[in-house]
Design a protein. Sequence first.
Length: 160
Amino acid sequence: MQKIFIFSILLNLLFVISCKEDTIIPVCLPATEQMAIDAVAIDNYLSENEISASIDPSGLRYLILAEGTGEKPSNTDGVLVKYKGMLLSNGSVFDQNSEGIQLPLTGVINGWRIGIPFIKEGGKILLYIPSILGYGCRGTSSKIPGNANLIFEVELISVL
């Protein structure tokens, strides 16, 4: 009986903690539903800002700022890039690298893996990434919440 009482107290405590106003529990919808929600949000953003972006069949929207003149990477290559990542919802910068960083495209979010091969070395691209091609319904931290649509400005310095 004592174990049931203690379990009941712990369960109630967990309920109280999870119901705090500032606690956000991400909702994970089926992929097709989330893609539809993301598409509306991204398309509204593009329309409001008068941006004419191309659309990949994956749902990624992109705008090539400079095509570049060098080698074009495959989605399995390593790359040296400079980038800035922002939340579509409020434009806040959650990550950036202006020095250049080496990354394997096999180890980055799907939005990058799909989008970076659209440009060549020396090129620059804006990626409008639906949450499902980014960090999904869980997000990564307080900087990237669940279901966050992202904007990345990426400059491809070289293919490795």
